[in-house]
Design a protein around this ligand. Structure first.
Ligand SMILES: Cc1cc2nc3c(=O)[nH]c(=O)nc-3n(C[C@H](O)[C@H](O)[C@H](O)COP(=O)(O)OP(=O)(O)OC[C@H]3O[C@@H](n4cnc5c(N)ncnc54)[C@H](O)[C@@H]3O)c2cc1C
Length: 473
């Protein structure tokens, strides 16, 4: 008997390890709920709930294939080798299959499991599935990991031209096994119940992921380059929660884009090319995580920025977290995050830069807040995005290029539609005043239930530039 251990690959279609397990014999499936470890990793309650809801769907999908899904609980990953060995011995498992995960703790966990099982002569196989390319296979001429995205992308492109990763079907139903699936819990201990609105925004199930992907590929992908920066439009796929839980696969995304491009990889359609490029950013940050593991240990990629004199200002941090900065676009974005578990990419960059530059607050505090609230929270992408915005990362924004949240607001939300959606207290303002009510002559002082700006943009910008410039000395 073979065991497929599900982690962030909660689907039956195009699942490399599940396919390999099923092709070698009868399969049993396992998921391990590890609440304390997830809390230590700052996994958001809404994300853990999406995993839980997806387990219900997955269990039903697996039952149609006659694959029972066992569910086990242990607090910490260090307990997993023992849990797995018990199952292997109970069900006479000869080999455990899983899809590789790349962060440091994940890799340590898998090495410990492999060693523990090997001592009992039980096989352990880990497969490339989450990514298009094995980390370490896209390298510079001297064999190192790329630090610059453009160069990384060019090599990926060449590999895709040479060999396009294919999509696998779901396994065929197997003969019925005399083993019962375990019930999926109603709630995960230690995580708050999730607002029904968030559940509604992000329904579980592979079919929902495919629907989103198909709709995006049919209706929006060709406009992606022009619309992706406007948060009031549905210009992006909103697939990140599905990709990060593995409800859909990266290959399914790539093939949907290719289909929209009539099979032509990096052809003339700018929208499709830009979207595939974003998929490669996802890939890039995962490779960075493996090549430069210090980034998943709370270290900046650019070591010299570790000395930056961040301000210790918990009250300012709290105003940013709660969407009370007095800058409408920032506050609308932070409230979108709290109320939906998701934030538009452009806004992630703007709020991250505001925290790390204008407020000069350590980017790691923002990274943690995002992780605690994002339904798509992903260590590699989140860390990459934060280090990009804070100018501490590889190929990151130069420290002196700081977004101005008011001009950004005028540019990407010109008529204030996005701000009005999330800040009803400003909804009555005209299209000009809404971006900076405190500067508007048409807004009488003291008439708004909305805070004044918490910093002066010009002086806080200069302060950030000076702090970064001081690192050179
Ligand atoms: C500060 C900051 C934090 C971020 N944290 C996360 C995170 O925790 N999880 C996460 O998935 N993404 C993160 N991102 C990247 C990006 O914002 C989201 O992937 C994107 O907003 C998801 O929306 P979408 O699915 O509509 O993306 P689309 O624009 O439709 O892109 C398609 C897919 O490509 C990937 N992708 C797109 N842009 C990026 C990027 N810049 N970096 C890595 N992958 C990308 C995502 O998987 C996304 O679903 C972060 C970006 C920043 C600036």
């Amino acid at each position: 008997m073979h065991l497929h251990w599900f982690r962030s690959d909660l689907r039956i279609h195009d699942n490399t390890a599940l396919d390999a397990a099923a092709s070698q014999g009868p399969v049993l499936a396992l998921y391990i709920i590890t609440p304390k470890q997830w809390q230590q990793h700052d996994d958001a309650a809404c994300k853990v709930d999406l995993w839980r809801r997806q387990l219900i769907e997955l269990s039903a999908d697996l039952s149609r294939l006659n694959i029972p899904l066992l569910i086990r609980h242990c607090d910490w990953w260090q307990d997993i080798p023992g849990v797995l060995l018990d199952i292997c011995q109970q069900y006479q498992i000869e080999q455990v299959h899983c899809n590789a995960e790349y962060a440091v703790n994940e890799r340590l966990r898998d090495t410990a499991v492999q060693q523990h099982l090997q001592q009992q002569h039980i096989g352990f196989s880990s497969y490339l599935d989450q990514l298009l390319f094995e980390p370490g296979s896209i390298t510079t001429k001297s064999g190192g990991y790329f630090k610059v995205f453009g160069q990384f992308k060019r090599v990926c492109q060449q590999h895709l031209y040479d060999q396009l990763p294919q999509i696998l079907p779901a396994p065929e139903p197997q003969a019925i096994l005399p083993i019962q699936s375990d019930p999926v819990p109603q709630q995960i201990a230690g995580f708050q119940p999730v607002d029904p609105h968030i559940v509604q925004c992000w329904p579980a199930g592979e079919a929902h992921g495919w629907q989103r992907l198909d709709d995006f590929a049919d209706e929006a992908i060709t406009d992606y380059a022009g619309q992706r920066d406007f948060p009031a439009l549905s210009g992006t796929s909103q697939l990140s929660p599905y990709l990060s839980a593995g409800i859909i696969s990266i290959r399914q995304c790539l093939h949907a884009a290719l289909k929209a491009a009539n099979g032509e990889l990096f052809g003339p359609d700018e929208g499709i090319n830009t979207w595939i490029t974003q998929l490669l950013w996802r890939e890039f940050y995962q490779h960075i995580l493996v090549g430069f593991p210090q980034v998943s240990r709370h270290q900046p990629f650019k070591q010299h920025t570790a000395k930056l004199a961040w301000r210790q200002v918990p009250d300012d941090l709290q105003r940013w977290q709660q969407g009370q900065t007095g800058f409408p676009l920032i506050d609308a974005a932070m409230r979108q995050l709290q109320q939906t578990g998701w934030m538009h990419n452009r806004l992630r960059m703007i709020v991250a830069m505001f925290l790390s530059k204008n407020l000069l607050i350590d980017w790691r505090l923002g990274e943690q807040w995002f992780m605690q609230h994002l339904i798509d929270g992903d260590l590699a992408a989140n860390n990459g995005g934060w280090q990009w915005s804070a100018s501490t990362g590889t190929d990151s924004v130069p420290y002196f290029r700081i977004f101005n949240p008011i001009t950004q607001s005028q540019k990407i939300d010109p008529d204030g539609t996005f701000i009005r959606q999330w800040l009803p207290e400003l909804a009555h303002l005209d299209n000009k005043s809404i971006h900076a009510p405190h500067l508007s002559r048409s807004v009488k002082a003291g008439t708004l239930d909305y805070p004044a700006p918490m910093v002066d943009l010009a002086t806080s910008r200069d302060r950030a530039i000076a702090a970064f410039a001081a690192l050179k000395n």
